[in-house]
Design a protein around this ligand. Structure first.
Ligand code: THU
Length: 131
């Protein structure tokens, strides 16, 4: 992972975070997902007054990219606030379906970050192919 990619993705995730619709949690999140060709798709969390209908930033970015025809993903940056942002379990499982070899950059809004593979974040994951 080169630092330039990580820092660029974090910047894009921070920008996406500014569009967060999170009046219930007041917890804005931004994500930026990069394809092998270097295309970047961003997402932010979009909440709903009906429990269960909110969507996380990571899945918004992923679904945007898939709906644009993308099928392969290399890197994801996530930014929440002043601590490193940890993708939730539902996002880890959803990302695993499309990008099992994904690199995940968990950042804070000051630009500090930690990098882990999705396999480290979701060990022994469920998959129909592995069942
Ligand atoms: N959230 C994300 O968007 N991504 C994460 O990885 C963790 C949580 C959102 C969901 C909800 O809108 C808010 O953060 C608080 O849980």
């Amino acid at each position: 992972m080169n630092n330039t990619d990580a820092e660029h993705l974090i910047e894009m995730a921070k920008e996406a975070r500014e569009n967060s619709y999170s009046p219930y949690s007041n917890f804005p999140v931004g994500a930026a997902l990069m394809t092998p060709a270097g295309e970047i798709y961003t997402g932010t969390n979009v909440e709903n007054g009906v429990n269960g209908l909110s969507l996380c930033a990571e899945r918004v970015a992923l679904f945007k990219a898939i709906s644009e025809g993308e099928r392969e993903f290399e890197k994801l940056a996530v930014v929440c606030g002043d601590t490193f942002c940890r993708p939730c379990g539902a996002c880890r499982q959803t990302l695993k379906e499309h990008a099992p070899d994904l690199t995940v950059i968990m950042a804070d809004t000051s630009g500090n970050y930690e990098i882990k593979s999705l396999k480290e974040l979701l060990p022994k994951a469920f998959g129909l192919d592995e069942a």
